[in-house]
Design a binder for this molecule. Sequence first.
Ligand SMILES: Cc1cc2nc3c(=O)[nH]c(=O)nc-3n(C[C@H](O)[C@H](O)[C@H](O)COP(=O)(O)OP(=O)(O)OC[C@H]3O[C@@H](n4cnc5c(N)ncnc54)[C@H](O)[C@@H]3O)c2cc1C
Length: 424
Amino acid sequence: MASKDFKVAIIGGGVCGLTCAIALTRLGVPVELFEAAPKFEEIGAAIGIGPNAGRVLQDIGVLEDVLAQARVPRLNQLTMCFISGMEGHEILYEYPGGPENMSLGIHRASFLEALEHRLDPNIAHFNKRCTAVNVSPGNPSRYILHFTDGTTHETDVVLGADGIKSVVRSVVTDEPSAAQIAFSNAVVYRALVSWKALQSAGIKTDLTVRPICMVGPDKHIVFVPIKNGEIINVAAFATDHHIPMGSANLTPGIPWLSDVSQEEALKDFEDWGPDVINTLKCIQKISKWSVHVVYPQLGSYTKGRVALLGDAAHAMLPHLGSGGGQGLEDAWVLAHLLSHPQTNASNIELVLEAYNRVNMPRSQMVWEASKSAGEKYHGFGGHGLTPDGLREDLHDQWSPIWHYDIHDSMQAAVQWLKETGVFS
Ligand SMILES: Cc1cc2nc3c(=O)[nH]c(=O)nc-3n(C[C@H](O)[C@H](O)[C@H](O)COP(=O)(O)OP(=O)(O)OC[C@H]3O[C@@H](n4cnc5c(N)ncnc54)[C@H](O)[C@@H]3O)c2cc1C
């Protein structure tokens, strides 16, 4: 196992920071993780693990734990079926299936729990909200992390996995963190509902077998079965496509998340079909999220020995269910590059630059594709919300994300390091 002459600090213990910490530890790189919350925690919702993300988890050696938490033997979630959101709920398009297109739908808390069990508890530090990352006055190649409790930590490499409101991002970009996020003009009403309750409410579409996306003008509603179909994750999106992204930003201080009445959600979907209306009527507690994204996209994910991963780097619209998966890819590539036998304290900056050269274009491609997917679901794809139109618009949309070999990223990064003479 590699023994390194540098230490890594990860800020943020969400799915990406936690995965990166596990991967680095397994590959023999000394790492400490600092999380603002008192424990690892996630919101009460589901997350979809696509085939590419599944392969990352498998390679890191945690897929079995995740599957066990989800109580399934393998990635077993079928591809999405697109249905009209209007009266009649006609099936419009079934995304092609097959073993290579299998995903996993899992409750976020279960996912985190599976990962948490694989982390050495001695490297996780809670109640550590990072407020600043400064160059060490005693050693300009090291950094001092400052926390709200007044403590500090000195390290060689900083990985910012601190989510969309990242503090670390401003170190990389020299811009205030808030200047690089925007309201996406999309709101989403989210809830977890039991299938029994939905059935009692008169839902006719079977929501237990595969993810369903009901589409219509300016809106769509996604149903993802978890816990073997006992629970349905509901996410109903409404978007204003008529204004540019970032032009309707919320006043600073206004929360992005609020509990809203059924009436408010129903008003947004008042002309939709019975399965949509009955679903919303069935939900007792509805959370409304103003979906924010990193925008404009960053020019770099790294500066010096500081690198961003996950939502800190590329928070995107969730319309392809792939933001977390891209963060897992970031974690994998960073861990493999930092643990590479030829990586040492003297070449880390260029090793992080290699990560940037490979992962930034890929995650930003997925960012663009996710935005475009929302436009297609809402009838702006160019071919209309008909079976033929959606087939034309959606037929291959997940291929570049799912059918990608993460080892190609590593190979490209190492190739660049060899070409520049950093690696032999
Ligand atoms: C509605 C919706 C549905 C989605 N569905 C999917 C899906 O199906 N599949 C998918 O792959 N992705 C999905 N995503 C995207 C996915 O949720 C995110 O990309 C992913 O959770 C990002 O993980 P992260 O670890 O980068 O950030 P986060 O999960 O935000 O974690 C950041 C962590 O850092 C901590 N932190 C923050 N600031 C500090 C600080 N200053 N100091 C220390 N700690 C700090 C936080 O407490 C938190 O624990 C969806 C997103 C939305 C909004």
